[in-house]
Design a protein around this ligand. Structure first.
Ligand code: NAD
Length: 369
């Protein structure tokens, strides 16, 4: 990697614990910059509740402009009790995240469900099922399906209240998300489990046929198809056998939460929302922790920064093509967990573990790089 390489990052820390954990992610990126000889230019902008307070809107135009000029968006989280009484359309999450997803065409949501071997007690799943840890990546289609299909209707017909949502997928939409899943599997354990309901839904038939066609381009990747109801069971029964789970929007919404729950600790889980691939195969993306602003612990300096730091690692992998640096961050996180460092959310007092705050956890991860 040449030392002249510069990556622009729009840094949108947001509300609550957002700025606290973002500080640690930037700290880690600074270490990566030194070690790998790249330059990161951070453009910090307001988003969410703090942007409403200071600029009158959750997504100010200068924030969007900074995102447009950047190679990726590193996002904290937005919202909190202070803004909960605003009309729904003005609330931080709806007024900031959804427009960003739409504006940048972020069609692929990647959520790793990772449980380190030393943290399996945080999972509600039977210990013998996750012994040795597990590592699943959910690749969820984010801009199609029954959430966006037209017509939508709620009203009266023939003297009765009726609701209509339309489940619709175009072949091209399935193809592009399948490529993301197979591409990700190539860098992992080379298995894709595709989710549908092809026994009942025409959408499922198109989904399955299209995934099988895309699979031919990735002969090294094994494909398995599961109906969504069976997948919900198998994830609990044999979580370690999954690698990449490829799902349409609705089913992925549900299954990715199930995977997060199996992993146990929200403060550990990152996510990426990717736009269309460029010629380089890299994507513009928005990278954020799976959790929210954690108002109950905000301002105390005790939040777990790992989800934000792992989100930065995903950014390096998917937007900047820095696989080695991303792996180094993943390894550093695993290293500090193996060393016994724990923030409050993952601390159980077991022997050999030490309770640390946000800054100490961030420093320990940076020091391992
Ligand atoms: P939350 O994820 O903020 O908190 C749920 C629980 O998990 C809390 O006990 C919290 O302390 C804990 N937690 C979450 N992240 C943690 C971390 N990094 N370290 C330690 N503990 C952590 O969910 P919530 O309480 O339902 O929502 C709080 C606010 O966040 C709401 O305003 C909600 O709208 C917003 N929210 C924003 C996003 C986003 O910006 N993408 C996502 C979810 C929720």
């Amino acid at each position: 990697m040449s030392s002249s390489e510069t990556h622009r990052i729009a840094v949108l820390a947001g509300d609550g614990i957002g700025p606290e954990v973002m500080r640690e992610a930037v700290n880690v990126l600074d270490r990566i910059s030194t070690r790998f000889g790249v330059t990161f230019r951070y453009d910090e902008q307001l988003v969410g509740g703090i942007a409403i307070d200071e600029k009158g809107t959750a997504l100010p135009p200068e924030t969007v402009a900074a995102c447009e000029a950047a190679g990726a968006i590193l996002f904290g989280s937005v919202g909190g009790p202070k803004w909960e009484k605003l009309p729904p359309a003005q609330q931080p999450e709806r007024a900031a995240l959804l427009p960003l997803r739409k504006h940048f065409g972020l069609f692929a949501n990647l959520r790793p469900g990772v449980c380190f071997p030393s943290l399996t007690q945080a999972s509600p799943v039977k210990q013998e099922l996750i012994e040795g840890g597990f590592d699943v990546l959910c690749v969820r289609e984010l801009t199609g399906d029954v959430y966006f299909g037209e017509p939508k209707f709620l009203g009266e017909r023939d003297g009765e209240r009726v609701a209509i949502d339309t489940m619709i997928y175009k072949q091209g939409e399935v193809e592009r998300i399948a490529h993301v899943a197979f591409g990700a599997a190539m860098g992992r354990r080379r298995k894709v489990t595709s989710i549908d309901k092809a026994n009942v839904l025409q959408n499922g038939v198109l989904w399955r046929e299209t995934v099988n066609a895309v699979a031919k381009e990735y002969p090294d990747v094994t494909v398995e198809h599961l109906y969504v109801d069976n997948a919900a069971m198998q994830l609990i029964r044999r979580p370690r056998e999954f690698d990449v789970v490829l799902a349409p929007n609705l089913f992925g919404d549900i299954l990715s939460d199930e995977m997060a729950m199996i992993a146990g600790s929200l403060g550990m889980l990152s996510s990426a929302s990717l736009g269309r691939a460029k010629d380089s195969g890299l994507h513009f993306g928005l990278y954020e922790p799976s959790g929210g602003t954690a108002p109950d612990i905000a301002g105390k300096g005790i939040a777990n920064p790992i989800a934000q730091i792992l989100s930065a690692a995903m950014m390096l992998r998917y937007s900047f093509g820095m696989e080695e640096a991303a792996n180094a961050i993943d390894a550093a996180v695993k290293g500090v967990i193996d060393d016994g460092l724990r923030t409050g959310d993952i601390f159980s007092g077991s022997p050999g573990t030490t309770l640390v705050n946000t800054a100490a956890m961030g420093d320990a991860i940076a020091a391992r790089l």
